[in-house]
Design a protein around this ligand. Structure first.
Ligand code: ZN
Length: 289
């Protein structure tokens, strides 16, 4: 039995269709309100999910604010140039080892949060996101999926000016402004997907489709990324990994995000992120350069 776990106004909840069920309530206190601690008991989540049809829903998803499915992971990793067509459009060689960078965990926000931009060089990157369940070090590719709690959608928002302003470039800050990591809308356990290695991914800005691909095009698949990372860093429960973006990002054609743009990101089986762009004050230090 699979599960869908969400964070409804700061409280863990299971999802069934359009309804949500407060986790602490339906578990009679066996779980608390924290989604990250719920990931320590995946079997318990599956068992509760199988009984949802008999439970009373807490409410409807359309009436509530949904927060990021994991609130404060220890680490948030991301993979660059992990789709062939994106590496090609960037004029880069196909990587032979994963190109890993980090996003500060403080940039993670919910699936419908505003994107607060401080320059006219902010860009979208639709990505499949992995959240770790069972912690591990030196994880073998063959059992890497055993360490995945679930999958969700992510937007690896980037201020390209900041990303490339230092020489050599250092990706982390340009991709870590507050609000630059919308994730969600909920976490789907891998067994809840018909083919977890082949998912249609799409990003629209307003009504225009900018990115459209399938996650089976990943150069380094999820087991390869987990194996590579865990040889270096212990992966902890709740850790977030952005797996890379397909071709079609805005920087290639100078199509950056503008005030009022709506970025809609979807992955088949994982739902939709919808984020509105807000142009706030300038980033004074970079604008000087
Ligand atoms: Zn990315």
């Amino acid at each position: 039995m699979s599960f869908k776990l969400a964070n409804i106004v700061g409280r863990a909840a299971l999802i069934d269709g359009e309804n949500y069920y407060d986790l602490e309530t339906i578990s009679n206190g066996d779980f608390d309100e924290d989604t990250s601690s719920a990931l320590n008991n995946l079997e318990g989540l599956k068992k509760l999910s199988s009984g949802l049809s008999e439970a009373e829903p807490t409410g409807s998803l359309k009436d509530v604010r949904i927060d990021a499915p994991v609130s404060a992971p220890k680490n948030c990793f991301a993979v660059g140039l992990n789709y062939r067509n994106h590496a090609e459009e960037a004029g880069m060689d196909i990587p032979v080892v994963p190109m890993i960078f980090t996003k500060h965990t403080t940039c993670l926000v919910g699936p419908n949060s505003d994107i607060e931009m401080r320059s006219d060089h902010v860009d979208y990157e639709a990505e499949l996101v992995v959240v770790i369940g069972k912690p591990g070090k030196d994880i073998n590719k063959d059992n890497a999926w055993d360490h995945v709690a679930g999958l969700c959608i992510g937007q690896d928002i980037s201020d390209r000016k900041v990303q490339f302003s230092s020489k050599p470039p250092q990706f982390n800050l340009g991709k870590s402004f507050d609000t630059f990591g919308p994730i969600g809308p909920y976490l789907v356990s891998p067994d809840g997907l018909k083919d977890k290695q082949s998912l249609q991914i799409e990003c629209k800005v307003n009504e225009e489709i900018r990115q459209k691909d399938n996650t089976n095009d990943l150069i380094f698949d999820i087991p390869s990324i987990i194996s590579y990372l865990s040889e270096i860093v212990t992966l902890n429960t709740g850790d977030v990994i952005f797996t890379g973006t397909p071709g079609g990002v805005g920087v290639m054609e100078g199509k950056f995000l503008k005030e009022g743009d709506i970025v809609t990101t979807s992955i088949k089986g994982l739902g939709v992120l919808k984020n509105t762009c807000k142009r706030i004050s300038n980033h004074s230090n970079v604008d000087k350069s």
